[in-house]
Design a binder for this molecule. Structure first.
Ligand code: SER
Length: 312
């Protein structure tokens, strides 16, 4: 088979996706790449996605037929360096799309709830609506979605995308984002019995447990092309909760946990995003359905992060 290349493989989503793709297709068929060297993978290649020639070289050397393009800056990281976020997130995506066009490669690229803005409905955001993102990260995702559709319509590139909500996992490190409090809270509880949250207690955001996100991603990538009616990025959702609701759930497992709140710039970012999403088109087109609710996700994260800390 033509091989699978993952960019940004060392990140939160990449860590779990690498394992899932190896289980499904065999580790000889999965090539991991990142700007940080990864040691616990069978095939690793250094790749800065701003270097298009390096990408082309790897694609040719490994006979790559599918790219999961995860490399990118998140919302809070992007605000610290907008020019870098533009360069990595958008020029990097163009490099992948151009290479996919040249070598006939299927591409997965994650968009985000950061495409939503203050003119987007807050509740049950429809697939097609107003997008006026406030962060440079959201601007790169919104523009990237249009680029994907452009390459699909004009050049026949088979690029598929999901608007990821906050994704919560435990195998990889949480990144420099806004929804990431929902993982930091577990590290705080397990290490110090307390956590100071950078969002206000009632900030409701769309979220998903990583196993659902990975399964949904692979299901989308394996769906027959003719079923897919969205070539920008599919609305994709599972659960919505607030920091206070997550803290209450966590306290069921860890009764002496204490939370305090000190909202910072990430609160301003979160305030521009939606609270819940209508993803009925994903459910109709390729059968998307989540398995994890808040309670099940909390138990999985608690046990996973506890095991990680124990082995430190
Ligand atoms: N987790 C991401 C962020 O907060 C959402 O796309 O930046």
């Amino acid at each position: 088979m033509r091989k699978i290349l993952i960019t940004g493989s060392g990140g939160l989503i990449g860590s779990d996706l690498y394992a899932a793709l190896c289980d499904r297709y065999g580790d000889a068929n999965v090539v991991s790449s990142d700007v940080r060297h990864l040691h616990d993978v069978r095939q690793f290649e250094f790749l800065d996605i701003r270097d298009k020639e390096r990408l082309r070289t790897l694609v040719e050397a490994y006979n790559v037929g599918t790219i999961y393009h995860l490399a990118g800056l998140l919302s809070a990281g992007g605000e610290k360096n907008p020019a870098l976020a533009w360069d990595v997130n958008l020029n990097g995506l163009m490099h992948v799309l151009d290479t996919a066009r040249e070598f006939n490669i299927r591409v997965f690229w994650p968009s985000s709830i950061a495409v939503y803005g203050l003119t987007t409905p807050k509740i049950n955001v429809p697939q097609h609506t107003s997008f006026e993102p406030h962060t440079v990260y959201g601007i790169t995702k919104s523009t990237g979605e249009l680029l994907c559709q452009y390459y699909s319509h004009n050049y026949g590139v088979d690029v598929r995308s999901l608007r990821f909500p906050g994704i919560n996992g435990w195998k990889g490190e949480p990144g420099d984002g806004t929804t990431e409090y929902a993982m930091h809270i577990f590290y705080g509880a397990l290490r110090e019995r307390r956590y100071e949250c950078f969002l206000a207690p009632d900030t409701r955001l769309p979220m998903m447990y990583i196993d659902d996100a990975i399964r949904g991603t692979i299901e989308l990538m394996e769906a027959p092309s003719e079923k897919l009616t969205v070539r920008t990025s599919y609305n994709f959702s599972a659960i919505s909760f607030t920091p206070a609701e997550l803290a209450a759930e966590l306290r069921k497992l860890h009764p002496d946990f204490e939370i305090t709140y000190k909202p910072d710039i990430r609160q301003e970012i979160a305030a521009t995003w939606a609270q819940s999403i209508d993803d009925s088109i994903a459910r109709r087109d390729w059968g998307w359905k989540e398995e994890y609710d808040l309670e099940k996700m909390t138990v999985a994260l608690y046990n996973g992060i506890k095991g990680r800390i124990y082995h430190e």
